[in-house]
Design a protein around this ligand. Structure first.
Ligand SMILES: *Cc1c(COP(=O)(O)O)cnc(C)c1O
Length: 428
């Protein structure tokens, strides 16, 4: 394939944008080469500035669960835009999407909308601290909760890809309040709690991890966390920015039947516009300003275009709940096809999958946490990535990312992908 115009555009971008991108994972630093510039996208396909077509397995890193330019979302945004794009005043649509979200997700009474997943997680932790009167938090190595200071401690994909698990600019004072645990290791969490009695406000977790590849919680892990939190008056925060409205209508709480105290959303909830949200029971949410003392605000929060896109997306998912099992079937089909193709060429691999999230790791050991995820062979991944790109299949340019399956993918697209993988595997 020819990427000439993308290369030119990237060179231009690099002069005025650090690294040529507005978010580091978009750069091809981990795999080499220059990123492709998107011209447009429809359904399961991306079209770049050179006229190449790609079957898309990133889907804007998760939001486009029904495919690109999904008509009801596009129509809702266009109609709203004609009536003004921001007021900084209440609008009815904010209540409509809030009611719908609260009805779809278990265990939440109220929800507040923000502009990104980062903001949602940052605000959720502030709320947990304000509610409990305690300072420390526990996070898991390899989990990503956005780029706010307290979370940039072993923060998964982006940070790991670039070898800077702890970012300069995060003060020691901030870092000391973030305690790190190993994903899927309940004993370590129990030890941390014991060593920090009455100091821990919350545990924040990706209840199905998606930022070190896709890593499911071990059986009983989430339930055990829940128990520890109850016993120690710690709030359990599920960061469902990736999994919310993707793995089930009610996200991981529904899928694994575990209740969180605060849930964070992003990605799908905005239908491809910049939206995040956090939600909890009344008594927790009522600690937020203007009702309570915990401050949180946003000029563009609840923006009408964003709410219109999110509402159209959630409605589609709410009214067609067979989408989730259909997505799982497609993902399973892809899983089997990839396994077969890699096996037939003797390529060592492990594949993790939950619902419509899947990741391919070039190592044979089970991938259960960041350490095992990091064992994957990156040289093979690079060849795999570029090979697939040249065959018209776009996966994330990092070995630590999950692939997102969209409902727009047909079985023909999946067969096309599997054939591409079979061809590329021959050269690995
Ligand atoms: C993407 C993501 C975030 C951050 O969301 P942004 O909208 O990129 O700020 C937080 N948590 C998880 C689990 C994510 O996948």
């Amino acid at each position: 394939m020819n990427y000439k115009r993308s290369s030119t555009l990237f060179a231009q971008a690099e002069r005025v944008i650090p690294g040529g991108v507005n978010s580091p994972v978009r750069a091809f630093k981990a795999v080499g080469g220059t990123p492709i510039f998107v011209k447009e996208a429809k359904g399961a396909y991306l079209y770049d500035e050179d006229g190449n077509r790609f079957v898309d397995y990133i889907n804007s890193w998760g939001p486009m669960i029904l495919g690109h330019a999904y008509q009801p979302v596009v129509d809702a945004v266009v109609e709203k835009a004609k009536k003004g794009t921001s007021f900084g005043m209440p609008t009815e649509i904010e209540t409509q999407i809030a009611e719908l979200a609260v009805s779809m997700v278990p265990n939440i009474d109220k929800i507040r909308f923000v502009n990104s997943g980062t903001e949602a997680c940052m605000s959720a932790v502030r709320l947990a601290r304000g509610f409990t009167g305690k300072d420390k938090i526990i996070k898991f190595a390899g989990c990503y909760h956005g780029h706010s200071d307290s979370f940039l401690i072993q923060a998964g994909s982006g940070a790991v890809t670039f070898g800077s698990p702890n970012s300069p600019g995060v003060t020691k004072g901030t870092a000391k309040d973030t305690l790190l645990a190993r994903y899927n290791d309940i004993h370590q969490v129990a030890d941390l709690i014991e060593a920090n009695k009455n100091k821990i406000a919350c545990i924040i977790i990706e209840p199905v991890a998606g930022n070190m590849g896709c890593i499911p919680p071990k059986e009983g892990f989430l339930q055990a966390l829940r128990k520890l939190c109850y016993a120690n008056e710690i709030l359990l925060i599920f960061d469902e920015v990736m999994t919310g409205f993707r793995l089930a209508k009610g996200g991981v709480q529904e899928l694994y039947n575990v209740n969180a105290d605060i849930v964070c959303f992003g990605k799908v909830i905005g239908g491809g516009l910049p939206v995040g949200a956090f939600a909890a029971r009344h008594d927790i949410m009522d600690h937020l300003a203007p009702l309570g003392p915990v401050y949180q605000a946003g000029t563009l929060s609840g923006n009408p275009l964003a709410m219109a896109a999110g509402l159209a997306m959630l409605k589609a998912l709410d009214e067609n709940s067979e989408i989730f099992s259909r997505l799982e079937d497609k993902t399973k089909y892809l899983h089997q096809g990839i396994s077969k193709a890699l096996e037939s060429h003797g390529v060592t691999h492990t594949i993790n999958r939950v619902g419509s999230m899947i990741s391919v790791h070039f190592d044979k050991e089970p991938v259960v946490d960041i350490e095992t995820a990091a064992k994957g062979n990156n040289e093979i991944f690079k060849k795999f990535f570029h090979g697939l790109l040249d065959e018209g299949v776009y996966i994330a340019p990092s070995a630590f990312e999950t692939w997102f399956i969209t409902d727009a993918l047909t079985y023909e697209d999946l067969d096309f992908t599997i054939a591409a993988i079979d061809k590329v595997a021959m050269e690995l």
